[in-house]
Design a protein around this ligand. Structure first.
Ligand code: RBF
Length: 156
């Protein structure tokens, strides 16, 4: 199997936030569905999933910070899709988002999952957001694993 394997988790105690960018929303909505499918498969309850949309991927770190501070979620998944264009925006936004999300992980102490596709073409983005290759599935499972790890460390 390409990527990583996961054990069977029991996420019934977890509260999960999903912040998603509206840029390339055909792709990001499908990625969010992949995340939710995986969360449900791991036993996360529908009422324990909180969603928030932001305009673009650059806004994901701020949106994730909002979820961490204004709600009682244990873990946040930040979902976006960057597609390389004619300008340097792709490089700047990829760099800013990945650093912003990592900083939030370390500063907040709660896990923030990097659910951002960085693609050279729209075709790549489509193939990574559909069916069994929907990367949202792996991000959902990663969120459960890291959320449970965080709760265990705190003894809650
Ligand atoms: N946001 C995305 O989530 N994905 C993109 O592919 C994307 N491309 C952009 C390209 C340009 C030229 C600009 C100006 C913005 C782009 N954004 C994209 C939006 C960006 O993440 C952010 O929402 C805006 O720059 C406002 O802060």
């Amino acid at each position: 199997m390409k990527g990583v394997s996961f054990e069977d988790f029991d996420g019934a105690s977890l509260k999960v936030g999903i912040v998603a960018a509206r840029w390339n929303d055909e792709i990001t909505l499908s990625l969010v569905e992949g995340c939710k499918d995986a969360l449900r498969e791991c036993g996360v309850l529908e009422e324990n999933i909180t969603g928030l949309f932001v305009p673009g991927s650059f806004e994901l770190p701020m949106g994730a910070k909002h979820l961490l501070e204004a709600t009682d979620v244990d873990v946040v998944i930040a979902v976006g899709c960057l597609i390389k264009g004619e300008t340097m925006h792709f490089e700047y936004i990829c760099d800013a988002v990945s650093h912003g999300l990592m900083k939030l992980n370390l500063d907040s102490g709660k896990p923030v999952i990097f659910g951002v596709l960085t693609c050279l073409t729209e075709e790549q983005a489509k193939s990574r957001s559909q069916g069994e290759n929907n990367h949202g599935i792996g991000w959902g499972k990663t969120a459960v694993e890291m959320g449970l790890m965080w709760k265990k460390r705190l003894g809650i």
